[in-house]
Ligand binder design. Structure first.
Ligand code: NAD
Length: 499
């Protein structure tokens, strides 16, 4: 167990030999089955075009800090070109096409994602830092599943909103974050296209590559030019997309701060808006739960994917009588997590996405220590290069501590105790966020009693972080509004008229 001396926990201080746990021989995923280009342009009107400013930015591998490729930086003029291409495609092709034909394109995209999934998974891990087993087994299958699911809806929209006529909205401007780059693109593109909209999509500046490979897939699928346009860049480019006057619908996934700004900017405009924002999920463990199973759920909920999950179970609410047992098991379990090369098939915790994100995690962890919480940290040996952070949890956390309130977005868990279900509900809901929650108990009645009282868009019972293309996902409170996935995910892309 680490002590308060770890107050100055930084990337370097965790270079200690593993305490227990097995050593595995390296098992890196190959990278010789594909070739990335040294430079990527903007994908506008079905063509790869240079940015008008001539500016490019570098995308780096966060595990090695080496440059992977240069990527075009789109200015407001480039975004305008993209929106005009999307409008032309909407007016002349996509909104007029028979829905069953649109479905074929979307289905073809899903198949091509499956065919290129090994390449896409590796690039996702190279560019974003997430372990290959996560990209390969979670991101890629789910991304393909979303396109398959919405391909099925394209010619059945009348059944989605019975008794009303479904009409597309026009041009959708979509801005996505870095934690699930391809999956977020799939969540956004698939329903928009199924409903007959055209799109301008902006991926995050630290993870643009899989969206650009997806553009190649759209070309291979012969999607009509302009139906999907991909513009790369940072916040200024995102701002140009959401504020463009000819965009009818804005879909944003990212931080609550930026989401609030977009909501303010769009106030009074006629644009439809959905926001998928941050979270501070409570994973609630009752003493009657299967504790070993709960420990695995907690590990999956916060440490896999480095805690870079909006719905990560970053607060562990544990019934007081189970606290010591759970903490003991958790301490042992985090020692066995393998932290390191994202491309190694045995890696559990990969690289933090960027230096900026690593510094944010370090700052909040230092705040937890200085506020008097007890830090417990894995002795994992971290690579000497790249951005890594050892799996960490805090005990002695109370509701007012920063680490109990602010989204850390890293492999850091705050453990809080409760005595009664009522207290668990009150503490779980005591945050500005409301994206997800987990309940661990062997009493089904307790699950339902709790779930009804959670102010969270998703509530998992005896599991955590499980997703399905057919199931809606979205938040309460400052976690945003609107739903993605399933039939509910069609609604933000449709106008429903009475018939
Ligand atoms: P971010 O808000 O910094 O950036 C998200 C995207 O918005 C990026 O593409 C960025 O370039 C762009 N952007 C930045 N400023 C902008 C502006 N003024 N106008 C328009 N676009 C702008 O968030 P991030 O750090 O990339 O992602 C992490 C956040 O995303 C976390 O808070 C996480 O919880 C959240 N997230 C939420 C969900 C969800 O479904 N609720 C899913 C994934 C991530």
């Amino acid at each position: 167990m680490a002590s308060k001396e770890l107050a100055t926990v930084t990337q370097g201080t965790a270079l200690r030999p593993p305490k227990h746990g097995w050593q595995y021989a390296p098992s890196p995923e190959g990278t010789d089955h594909f070739k990335l280009k040294p430079r990527y342009e903007l994908f506008i009107g079905g063509k790869w075009v240079e940015p008008q400013s001539g500016k490019y930015f570098k995308t780096i591998n966060p595990a090695t800090e080496t440059v992977i490729a240069e990527v075009a930086e789109a200015s407001a003029e480039d975004v305008d070109r993209a929106v005009r291409a999307a409008r032309a495609a909407y007016d002349t092709v996509w909104s007029r096409m028979r829905a069953s034909e649109r479905a074929k394109y979307i289905y073809r995209i899903a198949r091509r994602i499956q065919e290129r999934s090994r390449e896409l998974a590796v690039v996702e891990s190279l560019d974003g830092g997430k372990p290959i087993k996560e990209s390969r087994d979670v991101d890629l299958p789910l991304a393909a599943a979303h396109f398959f699911h919405y391909a099925g809806w394209a010619d059945k929209l009348a059944y989605a909103i019975p008794g009303r006529r479904a009409r597309p909205l026009g041009v959708a401007g979509q801005v996505i974050p870095w934690n699930f780059p391809l999956l977020m693109a799939a969540w956004k593109l698939a329903p928009a296209l199924a409903c007959g909209n055209t799109v301008v999509l902006k991926p995050a500046e630290t993870t643009p590559l899989t969206a650009l490979l997806l553009a190649e897939i759209l070309e291979e699928c012969e999607l009509p030019p302009g139906v999907v346009n991909i513009v790369t860049g940072a916040g200024v480019t995102g701002g140009a997309v959401v504020n463009h006057p000819d965009v009818n619908k804005v879909a944003f996934t990212g931080s609550t701060g930026v989401g609030k700004r977009i909501q303010r900017d769009l106030a009074g405009s006629n644009k439809k808006l959905t926001l998928e924002l941050g979270g501070k999920a409570a994973n609630i463990v009752f003493a009657d739960a299967a504790i070993d199973q709960a420990v695995e759920g907690i590990i999956n909920g916060i440490y896999f994917n480095q805690g870079h999950v909006c719905c990560a179970g970053s607060r562990l609410l544990v019934e007081e009588s189970a606290h010591d047992t759970l903490v003991r098991k958790l301490t042992r379990r985090i020692e066995n997590l393998r932290v390191g090369d994202p491309l190694d098939k045995n890696t559990d915790v990969g690289a933090i996405n960027s230096r900026m994100q690593l510094e944010k995690i370090q700052e909040l962890v230092a705040a937890g220590v200085s506020e008097g919480c007890m830090i417990h940290q894995s002795h994992a040996q971290l690579p000497s290069k790249g951005f890594f952070f050892a799996p960490t949890f805090f005990t002695g956390v109370s509701q007012s501590h920063r680490i109990a309130q602010e989204e850390i977005f890293g492999p850091v868990l705050s453990v809080i105790t409760f005595r009664t279900p009522e207290e668990a509900v009150e503490k779980a809901n005591n945050t500005h966020y409301g994206l997800s929650a987990g309940i661990w108990t062997d009493k089904a009645a307790k699950v339902f009693w709790m779930a009804k009282r959670m102010r969270a868009g998703v509530v998992w019972a005896n599991t955590f972080n499980k997703f399905d293309a057919t199931s809606p996902f979205g938040g309460f409170k400052e976690s945003g509004f609107g739903r993605e996935g399933g039939r509910a995910g069609l609604m933000p892309y449709l106008n429903a008229e009475g018939v």
